[in-house]
Design a protein around this ligand. Structure first.
Ligand SMILES: [Zn+2]
Ligand SMILES: [Zn+2]
Length: 335
């Protein structure tokens, strides 16, 4: 098993532990170790042979023990036990996804809104991941704390993007927005702005506790919007701390499928939204998916390889995930 495979095992353990409030710190330790493996991609077999696994960032004796078993046997009894305890056992209809074929991330942030890195740093980060394209999708204006972009700032951003594109020609930069879904399902930017952007991710961020009928109307309106390409973190949940929005998932997912709007699997370990169970249900409703890091810094691109287990557990075939499309086909899909 390679570093990414091992990172996915640790990531799933972290995810399952997160569901038990008493295991919060252990959960974070496993997620952090998974992240470090996904970033560094060390030669685990060599480190195991020389008994040096604990030299890895974030890998203490306990996590090293899990890694040893994974490297020796290809599996983890600890993970199997957690799956049973959390009533999320392995299934025999999971899919096989090869991260090496992943072409690019369509949901990321830069210092234009609440990202921690410049657009140039993010573009270089995507290049280092070997990506063919990157969607730069900063926030819309409504949430003041994230310094969201209005039409004027989007225009300035597009000028900077042209400069960055010239410096990083190997990664096709797509200008997008993560636009807020307002309480009534309208979007936080006018259509005349949205139609100019390469990728529109519509996300629920506030008022997630709306009562289900109103929330259903809100989400139905968002997925029916002609310029929306992807619904970002569709429930807004935070495993272990915040339940996601509750709505008629079947109605909304089927409507999303009908409009060709993809649902996101946001691989940020603090989100993991959709969950494996919800993603499986969305697949049955006919949806396509975007599997994204929602990266706010270049290192966070590595949330995708470590979180890809989620799409596999949901049984999603690679051809239902936008990020495996070559750029020309992606462009068509986002039209
Ligand atoms: Zn968001
Ligand atoms: Zn985001």
């Amino acid at each position: 098993m390679d570093a990414i495979g091992a990172a996915q095992v640790l990531s799933e353990i972290g995810y399952l532990l997160r569901q038990d409030p008493d295991e919060k710190f252990r959960a974070k330790a496993f997620s952090a170790a998974a992240w470090s493996l996904a970033i560094e991609r060390p030669d685990l077999a060599a480190l195991h042979a020389s008994n040096e696994l604990t030299s890895l960032e974030g890998v203490g004796a306990g996590i090293a023990k899990v890694l040893v078993e994974v490297l020796d046997t290809g599996r983890s009894r600890y993970l199997d036990r957690l799956r049973e305890e959390m009533k999320q056992p392995a299934r025999d209809d999971e899919s096989a996804i090869d991260f090496a074929q992943y072409r690019g991330d369509v949901h990321s942030h830069s210092s234009w809104s609440d990202g921690k890195a410049t657009m140039l740093e993010m573009a270089r980060g995507a290049e280092a991941m070997g990506y063919e394209y990157l969607g730069v999708t900063d926030h819309s204006p409504r949430i003041k704390v994230v310094n969201g972009l209005n039409a004027d700032r989007l225009l300035s951003q597009s000028r900077e993007m042209a400069e960055v594109q010239a410096q990083v020609p190997g990664v096709a930069l797509m200008q997008g927005i993560e636009v807020d879904i307002l309480e009534d399902g309208a979007l936080d930017l006018p259509d005349t702005v949205l139609e100019l952007l390469d990728v529109v991710i519509a996300s629920p961020h506030v008022k997630l506790r709306q009562e289900p009928a109103a929330m259903t109307e809100r989400m139905l309106r968002a997925v029916s919007h002609p310029h929306v390409d992807v619904i970002g973190h569709p429930t807004g949940r935070r495993p272990g701390s915040r339940e996601g929005a509750n709505y008629d998932f079947e109605a909304v997912f089927k409507e999303a499928a009908r409009h060709g709007v993809a649902l996101e699997i946001d691989c940020d370990p603090a989100r993991m939204d959709l969950s494996p169970e919800m993603a499986r249900f969305a697949l049955e409703c006919g949806c396509n998916f975007a599997v994204d890091g929602d990266a706010h810094a270049p290192a966070e691109f590595s949330y995708v390889p470590m979180g890809m287990w989620l799409a596999q557990r949901a049984g999603i075939p690679q051809n239902r995930i936008l990020n495996f499309l070559p750029l020309d086909e992606l462009t068509d899909a986002l039209r």
